[in-house]
Design a binder for this molecule. Structure first.
Ligand code: THU
Length: 163
């Protein structure tokens, strides 16, 4: 028997004011994009904005449905848009923020499990890590260097084709 371990490092900033300018700008955009969310059921409005390696920006927000499982998270709305508009252009960074009438937006939120799976495959497909900049409307900001770090021991296409 041997023991394995996973270890990853990420950056913690006390506030958006400490971030490098380009990251602060992207997080401000993500905060703004929460206003495009359609979230009448959860009241949890999520905004995500990506900077692509060609300098273009792509946004996404969560889009809910009365049939709850039909709803989509902001991250996967963003990935679908990016892949449709710029199918061959890697994503460099994604900023994610949120607002809610029920909880205070004062700490970072992290992508849900399904979104982690989608982010991981996007990285693999376009051979480029995706940085995540996570922050609420105020408070600390986390910068994760590579989205797939959030999904250790993942299931992926190698498991399907035996490579
Ligand atoms: N949601 C996102 O859009 N992204 C996340 O990272 C977490 C959750 C959405 C899904 C649903 O519309 C609402 O937030 C509450 O779960």
């Amino acid at each position: 028997m041997e023991k394995n371990a996973f270890h990853f490092e990420y950056e913690v900033y006390d506030s958006i004011n400490e971030l490098p300018e380009a990251d602060a700008w992207l997080l401000e955009e993500a905060r703004e994009v929460t206003t495009n969310a359609y979230a009448p059921y959860s009241n949890f409005h999520v905004g995500a904005v990506a900077r692509l390696t060609n300098g273009e920006m792509v946004a996404g927000s969560n889009q809910e449905n009365a049939s709850f499982p039909a709803g989509l998270c902001a991250e996967r709305v963003l990935l679908s848009s990016a892949s449709s508009l710029y199918p061959k252009v890697p994503i460099e960074s994604i900023a994610i923020s949120y607002r809610s009438s029920l909880v205070e937006s004062d700490h970072p939120i992290s992508p849900c499990g399904i979104c982690r799976q989608s982010l991981q495959e996007y990285e693999t497909r376009l051979h480029h890590p995706i940085r995540l900049i996570l922050g609420g409307m105020k408070g600390k900001v986390f910068v994760i260097p590579k989205a797939s770090m959030l999904l250790p021991l993942s299931f992926n296409s190698n498991d399907l084709n035996g490579t």
